[in-house]
Every structure is written in structure tokens, then in C-alpha cells.
Design a protein around this ligand. Structure first.
Ligand code: G1P
Length: 276
């Protein structure tokens, strides 16, 4: 079974990057010369998820414009040496379809996912949080997870070991290790106190979700920070059926924080940037 849709919750305010994000979506901040969200879209498309469903909000029009043609720009630089600089976005536009819905109120990641239901329908789908930039040789994280989905046919979360004192920034899982790097989840907690955390296996912003998650989110009460948490809905799903956790191959940068963003910038500059 091929998963063809990926949901991008991109309505957040990006307060950690103020004032840069006052009138610009945080997802449009560039890592070197490419906006953060484009890295995510490229990862989804590589995994076969060519419908990119964006849950946007007010002040996020630049994202919709980025995934559309700019006739003026095309006209201006057509035939010039600068054309190569449009190559990556042209390729994304050739392969991808972009659908959008606005989340009118920020009530948490679970609420954002539920807002995207009309763009997804009744099929399994990917979720990519563009704050988490993942880089590796070989297939990207979503492609790795899509392959795993065909084995297990249930929701999958990407995980990574984090220092125990940092678990309160994440959703944290505990479960039975089935084979190298794959766990059947039996407990999930959103932003636990380090003293109460079930492990140091933190959820990173990549998910494959089965569509029953929508009804579960509808019944999920607000949790950590008074928000409707995807982690809580997944915990219900884990109890009712199965949720897997997968230690992905690759390196992840937390671009939702200034130090992580700078680290990613330096890494991409050193490893991928080519002066033209
Ligand atoms: C969200 C999720 C959390 C996950 C994290 C990964 O939290 O709620 O479970 O660990 O993304 O980046 P946020 O970073 O939006 O607070």
C-alpha cells in the first residue's frame, strides 16, 4: 500500500524566533538558501507522499506562494545563469500537489491534525513537523517509515534517544523492543517531568497515522499545556490496537530552537552548499 498524503502542521507562531517571525512564517526561515518547510516537502515527496496537505493559519500566505509559480520571477531569470537556483523548487512543484486548510485557533498538535482531516480523508497518511530537520544518506525518515508501515499496518512514530534531562520537551514512549530499533508502544506521555518519564525515547516530528486517529482526537481531552495532544490520542490508539516506534536512521536538528537552527545552518552550509 502506498501512502500518498502528508500533513504539515504549519500554523504555529514561531515565538522563539521573534522578531524574525513577526510577519514571516517560521517555516519560511531559510536553512542556508532553502526554507525549512521545503526540506520537509522534499522528504515527503521522496517517500511517495506527493500530496502535501498544509494546515496553515493567518499570516502564513508566504507558504502558499512558495509552493506556486512566480510568473514574474520565471520571466525575469529565464535563460539566465540564475535559473539553476530555481531547480529544487521547480522539481517540487512538478511532483507535488499542495492543499491547504486554515487552523483558526491554536489548540495543540492534535487539534491541527484534526483540522487537516478534510484534506486527508479515510486513508493512512504521513505527518511531518518541519521544525525537525532530518538529514541522512539513503532514504529519508518518512520513506523509512512508509516501508515499515507495509509490515505493521498501524501508526508509527519516529523516535530518538535524548538526554534524560531533556525529555520534558518531547512526547516520550515506552514499549517492547521487537527488533533493532523497532518497539511496540505501550506507554506514551507528552512532555513528562524527567523524574516521571517512562524512558528517554523521544518522539521526533515524523509520524505515519491510520485514519481512526481522527475520531480518537475528537474524544481526546486537553492535556499538557492545556492543548489537545497528538501523543494522548496515540496513547489511546496504542491501547486499542497497535502503535509502533521507530529509531530512524539519520541526523535530526531541532530547528524550533535557535541553537538547533544555527547548528543545522552550519551543517548544511558545510556539507551541501555549492557556490555558483
Ligand atoms: C511536538 C509533539 C511532541 C514531539 C515534538 C517533536 O511538540 O507534541 O510529542 O516530541 O513535537 O518535535 P512541540 O515541539 O510542538 O512542542
Amino acid at each position: 500500500m502506498t501512502i500518498t498524503k502528508c500533513l504539515f502542521p504549519v500554523a504555529g507562531y514561531g515565538t522563539r524566533f521573534l522578531p524574525a517571525t513577526k510577519s514571516m512564517p517560521k517555516e519560511m526561515l531559510p536553512i542556508v538558501n532553502k526554507p525549512l518547510v521545503q526540506y520537509g516537502v522534499e522528504e515527503a515527496i521522496e517517500a511517495g507522499m506527493t500530496t502535501c496537505a498544509m494546515v496553515t493559519g493567518r499570516g502564513k500566505r508566504a507558504i502558499a506562494d512558495h509552493f506556486d509559480i512566480s510568473y514574474e520571477l520565471e520571466h525575469q531569470i529565464s535563460g539566465s545563469g540564475k535559473e539553476a537556483r530555481l531547480e529544487s523548487i521547480r522539481s517540487v512543484l512538478d511532483k507535488g500537489v499542495f492543499t491547504m486548510v486554515r487552523q483558526r485557533e491554536m489548540k495543540g498538535l492534535g487539534h491541527a491534525i484534526l483540522t487537516g482531516q478534510s484534506l486527508i480523508g479515510n486513508e493512512p497518511f504521513g505527518v511531518l513537523l518541519s521544525d525537525d530537520l532530518c538529514i541522512n544518506d539513503g532514504p529519508g525518515v518518512l520513506a523509512q517509515m512508509a516501508e515499515l508501515f507495509n509490515q505493521f499496518r498501524c501508526s508509527i512514530v519516529a523516535i530518538q534517544e535524548v538526554p534524560p534531562e531533556e525529555v520534558n520537551k518531547y512526547g516520550v514512549i515506552a514499549g517492547e523492543s521487537l527488533k533493532d530499533g523497532i518497539y511496540r508502544v505501550d506507554e506514551m506521555v507528552e512532555k513528562p517531568d524527567p523524574a516521571d518519564a517512562p524512558s528517554n525515547l523521544a518522539i521526533i516530528g515524523r509520524y505515519i497515522l491510520t485514519p481512526d486517529i481522527f475520531d480518537i482526537i475528537r474524544e481526546t481531552r486537553p492535556g499538557a499545556n492545556g492543548e489537545i495532544q497528538l501523543t494522548d490520542a496515540l496513547q489511546t490508539q496504542a491501547r486499542r490496537g497497535c502503535v509502533m516506534a521507530y529509531k530512524f536512521k539519520g541526523r535530526r536538528f531541532d530547528c524550533g530552537s535557535v541553537p538547533g537552527f544555527v547548528e543545522a545552518t552550519n551543517y548544511v552550509y558545510e556539507h551541501f552548499y555549492e557556490e555558483d
